[in-house]
Ligand binder design. Structure first.
Ligand SMILES: [Zn+2]
Length: 324
């Protein structure tokens, strides 16, 4: 809390942005402390909410936005701040995905999520006493979204070799380290120890840094993210973004010829879903999602393009990795 006041001292007009729940967790307290205006995001990460916030920022000459919450609050704040040309601070109340630190906003449109360029926060103030108390479904989703970097980095390297795409050693190594550290600390995270929670939040922050270094979400998002976006488009999954990406990472690592069993074991140890049933979808929907990935960001070359994914390959991958 002292840190936020210190940062706020450098700005004339501040606005806190929360959801109705995160306002109660920390938003109201910060608004009171800074003696500033506040806004509640009601609908989630939609274009309407981004426009509503941008309008308020411009009309009221706001110079700093403070996002208090998880994925959607942070996504709306970072995009509106970017478009209005002001700084923003991230105060995560959970650790469900790497949006808390990344320069990319995920906005819902027509049932699917679109990744849009935004700016990274000028500071991330993570209060571990708040994050460690968040529901475990958010923590396990954060594990899935970080372990997913394992297949994302392999896809990036493939895009570099086959398509001559830019590939940065530093950003890719950092992103791979994010996955490795979480893979090795799965049980600590499951038990919510200080080491485990610290490692997860640092991994999510580092993932955002890797994207900022690369100038795109390439180090953090590959075929497993396309699979997750395809599931969102098809509807019916009970899994959070990170759950879907973690599950996708098992399948993609298998297709990449990597050690998918290690991915699966760590996800299982951390209490993450490792079967379709756990996120409420059946084999047909998973096959449809794998085929639908072709429509998502076709310029982003992944293992699914490389092996020319079809129904047969999709089915055998699902069975061989025991996700079905
Ligand atoms: Zn993600």
């Amino acid at each position: 809390m002292d840190k936020i006041a210190e940062i706020a001292n450098h700005y004339d007009s501040i606005l806190t942005v929360s959801g109705s729940t995160t306002a109660k967790i920390a938003g109201n307290k910060i608004t009171e402390l800074l003696d500033c205006d506040s806004l509640i995001i009601e609908e989630g990460a939609t274009n309407q909410e981004v426009e509503k916030l941008k309008k308020k920022i411009i009309e009221e000459d706001i110079t700093l936005a403070v996002a208090v919450g998880g994925g959607s609050i942070v996504d709306v704040t970072k995009l509106a701040s970017y478009r209005a040309g002001i700084d923003w601070v991230s105060v995560p109340t959970n650790c469900s995905n790497d949006s808390i630190s990344s320069p990319v906003a995920s906005i819902k449109s027509d049932g699917s999520s679109i990744s849009t360029k935004a700016s990274a926060p000028i500071a991330i103030l993570a209060d571990m006493s708040i994050i460690a108390k968040s529901p475990y479904e958010f923590i396990r989703a954060g594990v899935g979204d970080t372990i997913a970097k394992y297949s994302a980095v392999r896809d990036w390297k493939l895009g570099h070799i086959i398509k001559g795409e830019y590939y940065g050693d530093f950003a890719s190594s950092l992103s791979m380290m994010v996955a490795e550290v979480v893979l090795n600390n799965a049980s600590e995270i499951k038990e919510r120890t200080e080491t485990g929670m610290g490692c997860l939040i640092e991994a999510l922050i580092s993932s955002g840094a890797a994207m900022a270094i690369a100038g795109s979400s390439r180090p953090a998002s590959g075929s497993e993210h396309k699979f997750s976006h395809a599931l969102d488009m098809l509807g019916g999954s009970k899994g959070l973004h990170g759950d879907q990406c973690g599950l996708g990472c098992i399948i993609m690592s298998y297709l990449q010829g990597e050690d998918w069993k290690r991915i699966r074991n760590s996800l299982k140890t951390a209490g993450c879903p490792v079967t379709l049933k756990e996120i409420g979808i059946d084999e047909k929907k998973a096959v449809d999602a794998l085929l639908k990935t072709k429509e998502i960001r076709p310029e982003r070359y992944t293992i699914l393009d490389h092996i020319k994914i079809d129904k047969e390959i999709a089915k055998s991958a699902l069975h061989n990795t025991e996700v079905v």
